[in-house]
Design a binder for this molecule. Sequence first.
Ligand code: HEC
Length: 311
Amino acid sequence: MAAWSPFKKIAASLFGVTGATAAFTVYNLEKRPLKAAELLLHPPAYEWAHNKVFGSFDAASLRRGYLVYKNVCKQCHSIKYLAFREMVGVFMTEEEAKAEAAEVDIVDGPDDTGEMFERPGKLSDKLPMPYRNDEEARFANNGALPPDLSYIVLARHGGEDYVFSLLTGYCDPPEGFDLKDGLHYNPYFAGGAIGMAQALFPGIYEYADGTPAPVSQLAKDVTEFLAWIAQPELNTRKEMAIKFLMVMTFLLPSVYYWKRFKWAPIKNLKIEFRPPKPPARDQTGTATLKFRKGIPKLRLTDQIYKTLQTE
Ligand code: HEC
């Protein structure tokens, strides 16, 4: 075998060293202990009616979901961006929403004497917050802050599927899992230990409309409600899309036809070059080129004529 050039030798050594380092790193990465965060369970994909192409929010489910929020989650979680008036026409009549609003006390003011006062809620009021501030919320919940649920469905990876799985996923921790006091095991929550205790149990709430209320139904309804708050314009957006498609079905072909119609003469235009006939020659072989008046005639001798023709 021919001796390797110094360049080849260096290249081969570099290749060897890089390869060995890579192999060593991969080996060590593979044998490292499992981290708690990797025990995260990914939520399965559920078929939400509102996520289908032609699907919309289930109004009956929203109505039940609101009641679940009001009777269970509201104790700890705020929905501070939702006003009572937004529920009108979606899953409540105006009277019902007014009655809902009137149930809560809203701090308003200051009045003429400079004092704040409490009054019954109005349609334009936002849903009340369970705690005055984050500090009070943390204090009441073992240091964990219950997040505002207005946009939680959009704010969490997995959206509705995650929230539903989280609510229904409480179980005993696996063997050897070190669960601190005040935390609860939920495989869908990153790290497994969540500060929120299981909130939904069979039989904690009964629907007035007679729908059976196992945990999965309660969780589905409240999740549907949370999905609606996060994007209340979803139904309208889909309606607009359907209208847009309907208009476009007629508009696009006609615009296409119009374009073809207007462009046809231009696209089909043929430009042809017809070379002029060579000038006639007399017996001596001389051709006479006549130009416009005032320009002298040009006589082409046989010789020039031939050269011109061959070129
Ligand atoms: C007793 C108080 C309490 C109740 C009732 C409660 N939660 Fe919570 N929730 C919490 C606390 C505290 C946290 C923060 C947990 C943490 O960060 O470890 C939380 C967190 C959450 C989260 C966010 C999890 C994440 O990924 O960060 C969601 C979603 C949630 N709750 C939904 C609900 C819903 C829906 C209900 C009603 C069915 C509900 N909660 C009822 C206290 C409560």
